[in-house]
Design a protein. Structure first.
Lengths: 631, 256, 99
């Protein structure tokens, strides 16, 4: 276990990392139209400053000894309810450091890209406000030192995601997609809050320090329960099966949003959660197995869906789903895989952002058309976009020496270390990855022109292409840099643990087989989409194609299992309210009315009737008196 | 009079007066004409007065006769006269079930009171008021002593009540004149400007066979006219029927 | 002579008076029935005075008489007033205070 260092020097500015974008968001959102002119630049500035701070902190951290890299900064006491104490405190260790770097650097690049992409949008100040809000929330998520504070960040990114997906709220599809994302996320959030409650009941505290050091005291059943609940939360946030239906719809949002949130950072929060809670998963084998199973299912699902979608962003979303599946598998494998899950997360963050921003650049030139069947032969018109896109594609397919190769192969290796079946699955999925990525490149940049009449594709302005170039450089070199120069295994080992086992076949042979399968997939796609004619109208397709286009019927399943029962429940409740509750209220009013209607007939106006009732009463009183007093 | 012990004389007196009182009460509630009710009531009050006297309360008995029977009953009779001596209730009961309920409740009341109170007192020997009467030299003096010492406040309050009642009755019975009383000149003008014939109405007895005030007079053509009957009788509908023979006789006399 | 006899007689007269109030329609006869009830209670007071051996009962009966007289005065004045405006002495007539 690491020693907790006090936050001194540059680390005392930890709170600033969160405060800057939060202030930016507040100024931009509350300032209103006054801030329209300079607002976007302020939004960019906050994140750039954050990136600089992050790099500075990295340098300072590298100067510390390996066991002394966890810095704790407590800002104030947040909850003190009897024995339950939670502080607003930040913890910067190796794991959160890499996340902070990813969020701030990639975030800064995407902010700069958005200056160009959203330059025509009248609401762009709001956009930057929401983006800043997202960055602040995500940083809070990874810097929190206890589960409750992390939950705040967790919810915050969910909120930012909702706001950003539905940014063009006048589009019904966007509004619906935002709502869908938020609701499905909420299901996952229930898992996290239940996990926190179980943790409190079991351990008496929710801070990382206390929970992770006390896992020995809890029963395996409890730990399995916590693990499964955390897995549910991760599924919601990272769009894993069964909570995956929102991710493809989330592509309704602007492309920078898709790049930042739904590729690089928010969807990786689930992986962060599992990796951070490694102490729990290490102690609960069933939960870890469940994680791997979910990861495998999602890996295949995402890949299959990505193969059949004609919308470039939805295809990339399917790819994201699949790649996160890889990360989840690695996280579920235990100490053999945690490091590589994070490694792949980092490289994926870079090249996926590059792919999305490249798609955005293509859309920008094709008048915001997303249908790949209307692209074709764009490589001459958009050279930089083409170049960066291809580099990121090679990276994601796992072609050496690009960064994806190193991270994906490490995961394949780790999979074989634990379970051969899982390993074979990862290799197969790598082949499918090669297929759909090549398909994407072929349909977009090669083949014949299938453009619409009034479209004149052109390269995007420098403010958009420069981030693309930077990301492409990262996609090339980041893998090697992290593995060989940064020694990512030893860097992360103090936090997550690292083991290495033997595998059945030699390492180089495994690499070669994986590469071959990837190239076979790529070749199939090349022949299909670059050599042959791509029809503009969508062909009917075989059963698998149609199922993949329908997102493997995920929406239909959700509809039957959740949406329709909710409608029935609400209709039943309305009926119950009208018939029973209103009936009860109206019925009592009617009863009182009817009773009074009957009673008032006694007011006949006749004095003798009144006298009769008086005498009757007198008789009763006298009877009572006689019986009580005189007998 | 009689104190303790009770003698057979008192018993006889009691039974006679009791029966008379009950008879009077029953007559009160069953007579049709109001005047008869008043008379039955007077009978009951006299019998009660006698009973008071037999219970060694002579002052009370005298007050009962003088005030109750003398003043209060006379007041009743005056009001009956104003309201209408002839007025009699119909025997048909308009409120459903009232009679049976009243009978039942009344009997229940009697039974409970008589049984309850009667059985409570049956074992108690009567002390008799002879000693109390002798204390101050007589019944009147004894009552006077009590009224003017122990019950003085009650006495004063009751006298205030009496004064208030007298004033209230005067106010209630007073007829307010809203307009000044019409002079003879005004009455005469109204009569001649009005719609009715300004002349005298036919007197009763014109061609009349009977000289009763409630028999309508006959007009020259033989028809009876109700205008000859005085107003109050006419208002009450107290008009005697005219014999048709009278009309024929007049016609015969005409033709002669 | 047992004073309880007088009590029974008083109760009887009281009940008859109550029946009279409920059954008769003429306002004046109803009033007379009320007077009958008051008289019955007077008789009871006198009998109790005899039982207890002091004159308090008689004094109370005396005051009851006074009050009854005052009540008769005012009540009859009211009846006369009502008769003047309504031309009727039946107590079933004023039945407007109904539902």
């Amino acid at each position: 276990m690491q020693e907790l260092m006090p936050a001194t020097g540059v680390f005392s500015l930890l709170w600033l990392l969160i405060a800057l974008p939060l202030a930016g968001a507040a100024i931009l959102l509350l300032g209103g139209r006054m801030t329209n002119k300079w607002g976007p630049y302020l939004g960019v500035l906050t994140v750039v400053v954050d990136a600089v701070l992050a790099i500075w902190m990295l340098v300072a951290m590298m100067g510390q000894g390996a066991e002394e890299r966890t810095f704790n900064d407590s800002v104030y006491s947040w909850v003190f309810a009897g024995s339950f104490k939670v502080d607003m405190a930040f913890q910067l260790d190796q794991l959160s450091m890499v996340f902070v770097l990813l969020i701030t650097i990639v975030g800064a690049l995407i902010h700069i890209y958005s200056l160009g992409y959203m330059s025509h949008d009248p609401d762009r100040r709001k956009f930057f406000g929401f983006l800043n809000l997202f960055v602040a929330a995500m940083l809070l998520l990874v810097l929190a030192n206890n589960y409750l504070l992390m939950y705040v960040g967790w919810e915050g990114v969910g909120l930012a995601s909702y706001l950003l997906i539905g940014f063009w709220q006048y589009k019904p599809a966007a509004a619906a997609a935002a709502k869908k994302a938020f609701i499905i996320n909420r299901v996952g959030d229930v898992g996290l809050s239940l996990a926190i409650m179980v943790m409190f009941v079991t351990f008496g505290s929710v801070s990382f320090e206390d929970v992770f050091s006390s896992t020995g005291q809890a029963s395996e059943g409890t730990l399995t329960a916590i693990g499964l609940l955390l897995l549910l939360a991760a599924c919601g946030k990272s769009a894993q099966f069964p909570l995956q239906a929102w991710l493809l719809d989330a592509m309704e949002g602007p492309t920078p949003v898709s790049a930042l949130i739904h590729a690089a950072t928010m969807v990786t929060a689930g992986v962060y959660l599992i990796t951070r809670s490694n102490a729990i998963f290490d102690a609960a084998a069933w939960a870890a197995t469940a994680v791997v199973v979910i990861g495998v299912i999602t890996m295949f699902m995402g890949a299959i869906i990505g193969c059949a979608k004609d919308d470039i962003k939805k295809s990339l979303a399917g790819s994201t789903m699949s790649q996160i599946g890889y990360m989840v598998i690695a996280a579920g494998l235990g100490p053999v895989g945690y490091v590589f899950a994070i490694f792949h997360l980092l490289t994926h963050g870079v090249f996926k952002a590059g792919l999305f921003l490249g798609a955005g650049s293509v859309m920008h030139g094709m008048k915001d058309n997303v249908n790949m069947r209307r692209y074709g032969a764009l490589r001459a018109m958009m050279v930089i976009t083409f170049g960066t896109f291809v580099i990121c594609t090679l990276s994601i397919m796992g072609i050496p020496p690009f960064s994806g190769f190193w991270s994906k192969d490490s995961i394949v290796h780790a999979a074989f270390e634990s379970n051969n079946l899982v390993g074979i699955c990862t290799v197969l999925a790598a082949g499918i990855t090669g297929f759909y990525m090549t398909r994407m490149v072929a349909m977009t940049f090669f083949g014949k022109q299938r453009w619409e009449d009034d479209v004149h594709p052109h390269e995007s302005p420098a403010v958009m292409t420069i981030p693309l170039i930077i990301l492409a450089i990262g996609a090339t070199f980041l893998g090697m840099a992290l593995l060989f120069w940064g020694n990512i295994e030893t860097w992360l080992e103090p936090v997550v643990g690292y083991e290495e086992h033997e595998i059945a076949i030699p390492e180089l042979l495994l690499m070669a087989i994986t590469l071959a399968i990837v190239l076979i997939g790529a070749a199939i796609a090349w022949i299909q989409y670059a050599r042959r004619e791509v029809p503009v109208a969508e062909p009917h397709g075989n059963l698998l194609t149609r199922a993949a286009r329908a997102e493997l019927y995920g929406n239909e399943v959700n509809d039957v299992l959740v949406v329709q029962p909710s409608f029935w429940l609400s209709r039943f409740l309305v009926w119950f309210d009208n018939a029973w509750v209103d009936g009860f209220v109206n019925g009592s009013a009617a009863t009182v009315g009817g009773l009074s209607g009957r009673l008032r007939k006694y007011q006949s106006g006749f004095i003798r009737s009144y006298a009769l009732s008086m005498v009757g009463g007198a008789v009763l009183v006298v009877l009572a008196l006689v019986l009580v007093r005189l007998s | 009079m009689i104190g303790t012990p009770a003698t057979t004389g008192e018993a006889v007196l009691f039974w006679v007066c009791a029966i008379l009182a009950v008879l009077g009460a029953l007559g009160l509630i069953t007579s049709r004409k109001a005047v008869h009710c008043a008379l039955w009531m007077a009978l009951t009050m006299i019998s009660l007065a006698i009973l008071y006297i037999s219970n060694a309360a002579p002052f009370l008995g005298m007050v009962q006769v003088i005030v109750y029977t003398g003043a209060v009953m006379m007041l009743f009779l005056f009001v009956i006269m104003v309201v209408g001596v002839d007025a009699s209730d119909s025997l048909i009961e308009t409120i459903k079930g009232q009679r049976w309920a009243a009978l039942f409740l009344g009997l229940a009341l009697i039974v409970i009171l008589a049984w309850g109170l009667g059985s409570a007192l049956s074992g108690v020997p009567a002390t008799g008021v002879d000693a109390a009467n002798r204390e101050f030299g007589g019944n009147v003096q004894g009552i006077a002593h009590l009224i003017f010492t122990q019950y003085l406040v009650v006495f004063e309050v009751t006298s205030a009540l009496l004064i208030t009642a007298a004033l209230g009755a005067m106010v209630l019975a007073h007829r307010e004149h809203w307009k000044p009383k019409p002079t003879q000149e005004e009455l005469s003008k109204a009569r001649f400007l009005g719609e009715e014939h300004p002349g005298n109405r036919p007197n009763p007895g014109i061609y009349a066979r009977h000289n009763a005030v409630d028999t309508p007079a006959l007009l020259p053509d033989g028809t009876p006219t109700e205008l000859s009957i005085p107003g109050p009788l006419r208002a009450r509908g107290d008009i005697a029927p005219v014999d048709i023979q009278d009309v024929h006789q007049i016609e015969e006399a005409d033709s002669l | 002579m047992n004073p309880s006899n007088y009590i029974v007689l008083s109760a009887l007269l009281f009940g008859i008076g109550a029946i009279g109030v409920l059954v008769r329609r003429n306002a004046i006869v109803v009033f007379m029935s009320v007077e009958l009830m008051l008289n019955a209670s007077n008789l009871a007071f006198v009998a109790f005075a005899r039982t207890n051996g002091n004159l308090d009962g008689q004094v109370v009966a005396f005051f009851v008489m006074v009050v009854a007289a005052a009540e008769v005065v005012v009540g009859l004045a009211i009846i006369v007033q009502i008769f003047r405006s309504r031309r009727s002495a039946s107590i079933d007539e004023p039945n407007l205070l109904k539902y």
